[in-house]
Design a protein around this ligand. Structure first.
Ligand SMILES: Nc1ncnc2c1ncn2[C@@H]1O[C@H](COP(=O)(O)OP(=O)(O)OP(=O)(O)O)[C@@H](O)[C@H]1O
Ligand SMILES: O=c1[nH]c(=O)c2[nH+]cn([C@@H]3O[C@H](COP(=O)(O)O)[C@@H](O)[C@H]3O)c2[nH]1
Ligand SMILES: NC(=O)CC[C@H](N)C(=O)O
Ligand SMILES: [Mg+2]
Length: 526
């Protein structure tokens, strides 16, 4: 897709210094209807300019600008005339490159911080003078470079923002991209529209068109299979690829025996009926349960499931070729509905930690033969839902709650076997039915039901002693699964779920509620 000065949209480069939030910045730019692309801080300036950026944003990062080997920006970047916005580390790097002073003060600021802003400035005009902002820094700008006006301060950072309107250079010590910064998105808008003159013309239609073009370029006239789960992400990824290359695509749905009640039927009914895509259903219960026998470690489970998925896709790919009846070029490509949170949690961001290996990223085997096609890899779930709507997928599909690929396998704490799966399936079906009946499906992001299979507790039922298992209800609300809070489900709904589960599922004699946010908890227990 052509970008640059003659294009219908402007491009902003987000220069990544190893930030927690580089994707979040890119996403905030998209929310302002401006196209964004993340580039590493090691990219030479000429290469950045070749992308004809209308503006540049320098991200945060874990280093100290004065440390040995810390990533730096050359002063030449600021002589190109491209408006630039430095955030946190980016603000400090800009300061240093232009002759200002960055120091380690003893006044670190982490979390919510009160900021006083000069509203007679490009960035803060029209905003309140006092703002609550999100900080995360140990170094501070002690002196702004020549030509800059300081435009905000906090108790720990005398220069918490600055600007040079002549050269169109701006910077802030705090993080406007995080949800907790008041008016953060307004600041983004002020920089993009007023500071840099970007036009708000980048829409979901552009995102879809860009993806279709990329997919066609990548796949050409080759064959491709799509790992289809019935969830939102693979439905949207599959629909995109179907639109891009039509008949070259076959979808493969794996029934690994770790699905919820009724799930397998739904995929055939819904996705195929709506898109007309070719579908192959593989019954692989024996294989997965065999491979998982005796395994209790969560990461080991995830790796096994990731590996088995791929082995099945390889087999399915061979069948697609054999069934095609022509001379049969191999299936080179595998489409997955991978999203950015799957990547970052699997430790795939720049220098980020491995929290858990999502089966479709960190759980993939080393000898993977397919080239992956992952059109949603840079997006967050709510953006994917918008892409799905743009593609005309029905609301029941687009608004479905997430369900993890490893399925109930990571919701049984302990070994996974048929009997335990059956117990959990029943309990899960009851919880889902009652939450739906209470009209809570859209308020709740998802509600895992977790079986503590190795824990037993004493109960009394029908005047007799029971020694059964507890389940945990884990209803959460979230914007993008990166952070979450436990949902305040009304007591009467919880009471109904508890009552029904303990009455209808013989092996369960106790229902508990998980009231942990993320962080520190994750959504799934494993
Ligand atoms: N049972 C399955 N059969 C085939 N592919 C699967 C299956 N489960 C997961 N996948 C693949 O793994 C990817 C990641 O799974 P994930 O659960 O994150 O996404 P999803 O199921 O598409 O959407 P959602 O997050 O709404 O459940 C899917 O997009 C899909 O490509
Ligand atoms: O397809 C998936 N493969 C996985 O391996 C996996 N692990 C977690 N999840 C889903 O991701 C979101 C965040 O979950 P956590 O807070 O548990 O990391 C939640 O929506 C989880 O359901 C997965 N999805
Ligand atoms: N979040 C950041 O970018 C931090 C920048 C730098 N490491 C500091 O502590 O000040
Ligand atoms: Mg899923």
């Amino acid at each position: 897709m052509s970008v640059g000065a003659d294009s219908t949209f402007d491009t902003v480069l987000v220069v990544d210094f190893g930030a927690q939030y580089a994707q979040l910045i890119a996403r905030r730019v998209r929310e302002c209807h401006v196209h964004s692309e993340i580039v590493p801080s090691t990219m030479p300036v000429e290469e950045m300019l070749a992308k004809k950026p209308k503006a540049i944003i320098l991200s945060g990062g874990p280093s100290s600008v004065y440390a040995d080997g810390a990533p730096a920006v050359g002063a030449e970047l600021f002589e190109t005339g491209v408006p630039t916005f430095g955030i946190c580390y980016g603000f400090q790097a800009m300061t240093r490159a232009l002759g200002g002073v960055v120091d380690k003060t003893d006044l670190s600021e982490f979390g919510r911080t009160e900021l006083t802003a000069d509203i007679d400035s490009v960035l803060f005009e029209g905003l309140p003078e006092g703002l609550s902002v999100w900080m995360s820094h140990g170094d501070s700008v002690a002196q702004a470079p020549a030509g800059f006006k300081s435009t905000a301060s906090t108790a720990g950072a005398p220069v918490a923002a600055f600007e040079d309107t002549e050269r169109r250079l701006f910077g802030v010590q705090f993080h406007p991209e995080v949800m907790h910064t008041e008016h953060g998105q307004d600041l983004m808008r002020r920089f993009l529209y007023e500071g840099a003159g970007c036009r708000p013309t980048w829409t979901m239609v552009n995102i879809v068109e860009e993806q279709l073009e990329r997919i066609r370029e990548q796949i050409g006239d080759k064959r491709v299979i799509c790992a289809l789960s019935g969830g939102v992400d693979s439905a949207v990824a599959g629909a995109l690829v179907q639109r891009a290359v039509g008949d070259q695509l076959t979808c493969v749905f794996v029934d690994h025996g770790l699905l919820r009640k009724g799930e397998a039927d739904q995929v055939e009914k819904d996705f195929v009926a709506i898109t007309g895509a070719k579908l192959k259903v593989v019954d692989a219960e024996e294989r997965f349960l065999g491979a998982l026998a005796g395994v209790t470690d969560p990461e080991e489970k995830r790796k096994i499931i990731g590996r088995e998925f791929i082995r099945i896709f390889e087999q399915a790919a061979r069948e697609v070729v054999a069934e095609s009846g022509d001379d049969g070029s191999e299936v080179e490509f595998l489409v997955q509905g991978t999203l950015y949170p799957d990547v970052v949690e699997s430790g795939g961001g720049t220098g980020t930690a491995n929290i858990k290996s999502h089966h479709n990223v960190g759980g993939l085997p080393d000898d993977l033969q397919f080239t992956l096609v992952e059109p949603l890899r840079e997006l967050f779930k709510d953006e994917v839902r918008k892409v799905g709507e743009e593609l005309g997928l029905p609301p029941e599909m687009v608004w479905r709650q997430p369900f993890p690929g490893p399925g109930l396998g990571i919701r049984i704490i302990g070994e996974v076997n048929r009997e335990r799966l059956e117990i959990l399936r029943e309990a899960d079906a009851i919880a889902r039915e009652e939450l739906t009946r209470a009209g809570l499906d859209r308020d709740i992001w998802q509600c895992p039901v977790v079986l503590l299979a190795d824990v037993r507790s004493v109960g009394v039922q029908g005047d007799g002693r029971t020694y059964g298992h507890p389940v945990v209800l884990r209803p959460v609300s979230s914007e993008d699964a990166m952070t979450a809070d436990w949902s305040r489900v009304p007591y009467d709904v919880l009471a109904r779920i508890s009552n029904r589960i303990t009455n209808e599922v013989r092996e369960i004699n106790r229902v508990t509620l998980d009231v942990t946010s993320k962080p520190p908890g994750t959504i799934e227990w494993e």
